[in-house]
Design a protein around this ligand. Structure first.
Ligand SMILES: Cc1cc2nc3c(=O)[nH]c(=O)nc-3n(C[C@H](O)[C@H](O)[C@H](O)COP(=O)(O)O)c2cc1C
Length: 176
């Protein structure tokens, strides 16, 4: 697929089948994420955690549900793969860390589309996860790092090869 075509048809997908993502395809997704741009070239301040383990994803979901005090909370939408991007917890970065994490998940979101997979960027549940050190331990996230962005990925029965009919676009002001 052409890059611009992939960007044009990209959409958030929130329903996944139980079919596992193959190792070959997973490695392509990981390569796309790890090739993301990083502010000031500070690659050591960004870590990608890739979870392809149903029991662990369910364990984290359940911990978030409890912490958020929300019944039947399914913020990951039961994906085959959950990606969590963490960054060095450094107040002096003034948002650069969030931008870095977002570049990683957007790269992976586009790569998933190109590979015919469904995916959705996550932030709401990551915000809850950031406050739960027991999840950081489970995911082997260093103590001085904080989760800032996530992505759920999986096979889907939704059509990946076309944009949503009601796709919204941002307002643009071109100044010449
Ligand atoms: C920074 C960011 C955070 C998001 N967080 C969530 C989230 O926590 N849960 C969710 O279901 N979707 C989340 N989304 C997906 C948006 O809801 C989605 O991109 C938006 O509704 C537009 O739809 P589209 O992606 O299909 O074009 C997030 C997207 C971005 C860019």
């Amino acid at each position: 697929m052409e890059t611009l075509h992939t960007i044009a048809i990209r959409k958030s997908v929130r329903s996944f089948t139980s079919e596992p993502i193959s190792e070959d395809v997973l490695q392509k997704l990981i390569a796309a994420g790890s090739a993301a741009p990083v502010g000031m070239g500070a690659h050591q301040t960004v870590k990608i955690t890739v979870i392809q383990n149903d029991a662990l994803i369910e364990q984290i979901r359940s911990m978030i549900e409890k912490a958020a005090d929300r019944f039947n909370f399914n913020p990951f939408y039961t994906p085959n793969v959950l990606v969590v991007v963490s960054c060095l917890d450094d107040p002096s970065s003034k948002g650069r860390d969030i931008s870095n994490a977002t570049c990683v998940v957007e790269n992976m979101h586009l790569a998933a589309t190109d590979l015919g997979l469904g995916s959705v960027i996550l932030w709401g549940c990551i915000k809850v996860m950031a406050e739960l050190p027991e999840i950081h331990q489970l995911l082997e996230i260093p103590e001085d790092f904080i989760p800032l962005a996530g992505l759920s990925v999986g096979h889907t029965t939704e059509a990946i090869d076309k944009a949503k009919p009601d796709k919204k676009f941002l307002e643009v002001n071109v100044i010449r």
